[in-house]
Write a protein that binds this ligand. Structure first.
Ligand SMILES: *[C@@H]1O[C@H](CO)[C@@H](O)[C@H](O)[C@H]1NC(C)=O
Ligand SMILES: *[C@@H]1O[C@H](CO)[C@@H](O)[C@H](O)[C@H]1NC(C)=O
Ligand SMILES: *[C@@H]1O[C@H](CO)[C@@H](O)[C@H](O)[C@H]1NC(C)=O
Ligand SMILES: *[C@@H]1O[C@H](CO)[C@@H](O)[C@H](O)[C@H]1NC(C)=O
Ligand SMILES: *[C@@H]1O[C@H](CO)[C@@H](O)[C@H](O)[C@H]1NC(C)=O
Ligand SMILES: *[C@@H]1O[C@H](CO)[C@@H](O)[C@H](O)[C@H]1NC(C)=O
Length: 401
């Protein structure tokens, strides 16, 4: 039970840090232009692709990725433990994570437990630390996701991945340590069965869930964090205490990408499954009007908001706040996103212009690890690249924040 007390205390401490961390002046710049394809001093080059072969036993699937990126995974796991140890300096928490977390968590659903064990063994990082690394993604995903439909009925689904806001401010160079250290972990993944792509994802090495992915030609899916008093850490506590009927959100989205066969099927799975943490699921399909934001509580679905291009609702924007509520006043990414989409117009929405919007501050911010832009599924079928390119940026220009 000491572990539970730790989780509760850590969550409370982080909530405080959250409010402090956001005390930056609200800042909005003019909508950017011509930022795509990315280049310049802050561009770190393309993200590497890896194939995850679903025909292999789960234990073996991540070996190649982890073999290449063990030092980077080690680095980030150390950051997270350093942060926890800053709150609980006795070192007891590390000991607990290493020795007791694996047993306390009991059985993770197939195939995740085996995959995580494989990652721990290949990297030589203790299993408990890999598990806690996977838990952190359930709690700290700050992002902006957009779905927009152009006049031809093509859907563009794009997202910024902001991650690590609470996780360590580096006084020396004014950067968020965890965000910085996550950038080199960014990978593009091609999940295959029978040598055929089942879905593609952009993710962080060492994490077995999926926060951003697309089934080429069928649907695309991104996940954003939703805050709530009955929040994610409560779900994780209950899970540890043995109530196992709720799914980890990043595991549900991975399952949907792997096994849902259509936009409608994906939507149903995302609406109906009980989940450990509240979330927003942003889903795009392969025809005009197929795009929605699903607002989820752990057990309920208060809202499903759909595109209605014929009535002029040609885009949906989701940050980390319910659409019927005002965003936290220091973190209003919604309004500038609306403004830039309005300025771009439906005629001119494209991969490049969506990327411009993601590159505009404060939609672009210091905790952004990367951005992904994707053409969901060309309306007309073949011939057009169905890709989810992702880019990693270095720290955005400090002078602008
Ligand atoms: C900030 O400093 C840390 C440690 O000295 C380093 O790892 C990180 O890359 C630096 N970040 C930037 C943006 O320069
Ligand atoms: C996948 O392709 C490789 C070589 O390209 C081949 O050796 C293997 O048998 C194929 N696997 C399946 C399941 O088709
Ligand atoms: C998808 O379905 C298959 C077959 O039922 C199952 O083996 C696999 O574990 C499922 N994938 C996930 C991520 O749950
Ligand atoms: C759209 O997805 C459905 C499956 O939901 C599939 O049958 C159809 O072929 C797809 N259409 C295109 C144009 O890819
Ligand atoms: C964008 O346009 C919509 C529809 O015309 C309007 O409701 C909204 O207020 C505009 N938002 C901004 C920030 O310009
Ligand atoms: C749309 O793009 C075209 C070609 O780049 C440009 O001429 C036009 O002004 C743009 N429209 C708007 C509303 O920005």
């Amino acid at each position: 039970m000491r572990f539970c007390a730790f989780l509760t205390a850590a969550a409370a401490a982080l909530a405080t840090v959250c409010v402090l961390a956001q005390r930056a002046p609200p800042f909005t710049e003019d909508c950017r232009k011509s930022t795509y394809p990315p280049s310049g001093p802050t561009y770190r080059g393309p993200v590497p692709w890896y194939t995850i072969n679903l025909d292999l036993p789960p234990y073996k699937r991540w070996h190649e990725v982890i073999t290449d990126l063990t030092p980077e995974v080690r680095h980030i796991v150390k950051d997270l433990l350093d942060m926890v140890n800053a709150f609980f300096p006795s070192g007891k928490v590390t000991k607990m994570v290493d020795e007791r977390l694996p047993a306390m968590l009991g059985v993770l659903p197939y195939p995740f437990e085996e995959e995580i064990k494989g990652i721990a063994d290949v990297s030589g990082i203790p299993l408990g630390e890999i598990i806690s690394f996977n838990i952190f993604y359930e709690l700290f995903t700050f992002c902006t996701s957009i779905i927009a439909e152009n006049k031809k009925g093509h859907l563009f689904h794009v997202r910024n991945m902001d991650f690590g806001i609470f996780l360590g401010w580096n006084m020396n160079n004014n950067s968020w340590t965890v965000t910085e250290n996550l950038k080199p972990l960014t990978v593009n993944l091609d999940f295959q069965r029978n040598n055929q792509t089942i879905f593609k994802a952009t993710s962080f090495a060492g994490y077995v869930g999926t926060l951003t992915g697309m089934k080429p030609g069928v649907f695309s899916l991104t996940l954003n964090e939703r805050f709530s008093s009955n929040g994610g850490y409560m779900g994780i506590l209950e899970w540890i205490l043995g109530q196992r009927d709720e799914m980890w959100i990043g595991f549900l989205t991975r399952r949907v990408l792997e096994n849902a066969t259509s936009y409608e099927d994906a939507k149903n799975m995302l609406i109906k499954n009980k989940i450990l943490a509240p979330a927003y699921f942003i889903v795009g399909g392969n025809k005009s009007g197929e795009g929605c934001v699903i607002t989820r509580g752990r057990k309920d679905t208060p809202d499903v908001y759909e595109l209605r291009p014929k009535e002029g609702r040609w885009f949906l924007v989701q940050t980390n706040y319910d659409r019927w509520k005002n965003p936290f006043f220091l973190d209003n990414r919604r309004k500038p996103t609306f403004m830039c989409l309005n300025q771009t117009t439906q005629e001119n929405i494209s991969l490049a212009s969506s990327y411009d919007i993601l590159s505009t501050k404060p939609i672009l911010n210091k905790v952004m690890a990367w951005a992904a832009v994707g053409l969901v599924a060309p309306f007309w079928g073949g011939g057009v690249p169905r890709v989810l390119p992702a880019v990693v940026w270095d720290k955005p220009d400090r002078n602008h924040l």
